[in-house]
Design a binder for this molecule. Structure first.
Ligand code: FAD
Ligand code: NAG
Ligand code: NAG
Length: 291
């Protein structure tokens, strides 16, 4: 019998978790992503995808220095997301567009991976999760090749992607407004033109807003929850703030490692004691022993 895994969320974090679980568990697996939205409507679709060291909230101030220059890459989410979706589906994964309102909708699964980003806020009660609003502009400026960031104010930045250049940006905590505002547009265009004057008058492709899933720290952990007497195994992976594109592959790898341990135990228990059926109280014992 194959192990059954449900992933909630098809943002960069959910897709990377799903793909890395496939990498490590291969054919022994039936895996389905349930998601309300997918690309081009996820948070990552707004992001420029700059792969860089970030200060996640609560970084101790003594660790912060005030100037740096380095070589890195951009991993454009608007291209990365469709790539990951395709890879996932080509290996037998399924994506179902559906909002999950409660765990009981997924009770036929051995393991649930929770990658709901900011929106874990709605279902849940994780008070630590809050939006960090980011407005950006996409402009035509094919001569702009390097990234410039100004950390001295709210943080203007210029990040070239393949088909456009992204001008940023805002970091408004607890602001749920998903529509661009004129005040922010002016702030972004003027500030970036001050960094690189040639950007003044660059043709605007569109203005966009994304809500980063802010949290004091990323929540990446296994929970064994008792729902109506049945133990449900959930791996949470959310709260990546302004660096989800940078962290998604590595966090997906950690999820896959946790998943391997949980599923190995489920399988072992199934074979050893129960033939092919499962019984949650025994699983709980075994998992408690492991963890
Ligand atoms: C302007 C801006 C610029 C950024 N720039 C960068 C950058 O340069 N580099 C970088 O590393 N990061 C950047 N980020 C951050 C990065 O985009 C986010 O950290 C990342 O996209 C979060 O991914 P996620 O998968 O956790 O969340 P999301 O993309 O929000 O995905 C959550 C998914 O869960 C689904 N979902 C939620 N609740 C439910 C439910 N109940 N049932 C079913 N489905 C549900 C949603 O539909 C969605 O598919 C930027 C963000 C913004 C806004
Ligand atoms: C994205 O959002 C738009 C506008 O709400 C909608 O028309 C479209 O179907 C959505 N696409 C996906 C893939 O969810
Ligand atoms: C995702 O995690 C949050 C926080 O623990 C939880 O409250 C929420 O119910 C989970 N989402 C789903 C769909 O189970």
């Amino acid at each position: 019998m194959k192990c059954r895994v449900a992933v909630i969320g098809a943002g960069v974090v959910g897709l990377c978790s799903a793909v890395r679980i496939q990498d490590s568990l291969g054919d022994d697996l039936e895996i389905v992503i349930y998601t309300e939205d997918k690309s081009p409507n996820t948070t990552g679709d707004v992001a420029a995808g700059f792969w860089a060291p970030y200060f996640i909230q609560n970084t101790p101030t003594e660790k912060i220095i005030s100037g740096y220059h380095f070589v890195s890459v951009t991993c454009e989410p608007s291209k990365l997301l469709p790539y990951l979706e395709k890879k996932f589906v080509n290996r037998g994964g399924k994506i179902i567009i559906k909002k999950i309102e409660s765990f009981s909708q997924l009770n036929e699964y051995d393991l649930i991976i929770n990658c709901t980003g900011l929106y874990s806020k709605y279902l849940n009660s994780d008070d630590k999760v809050r939006p960090i609003r980011g407005q950006i502009a996409r402009v035509e400026a094919p001569w702009q090749f390097d990234i410039q960031m100004d950390d001295s104010d709210d943080g203007h930045y210029i990040i070239p992607n393949q088909d456009c250049v992204i001008l940023g940006g805002t970091h408004q905590i607890n602001d749920w407004n998903v529509n661009p505002t004129n005040v922010d547009t002016t702030f972004i265009l003027d500030g970036c033109a001050q960094l690189v004057p040639a950007l003044k008058g660059a043709k605007i492709i569109k203005h966009q807003v994304g809500l980063r899933p802010g949290r004091d720290f990323v929540k990446l952990e296994l929970e064994n929850r008792n729902v109506d007497g049945k133990i449900i195994h959930i791996i949470h992976n959310y709260g990546h703030g302004g660096c989800g594109v940078t962290l998604c592959y590595g966090c997906g790898g950690e999820v896959a490692e946790l998943a391997r341990v949980v599923l190995r135990n489920i399988r072992k228990m199934c074979k050893k004691y129960l033939g092919n059926t499962r019984q949650s109280s025994l699983l709980e014992l075994e998992l408690e022993f492991i963890y």
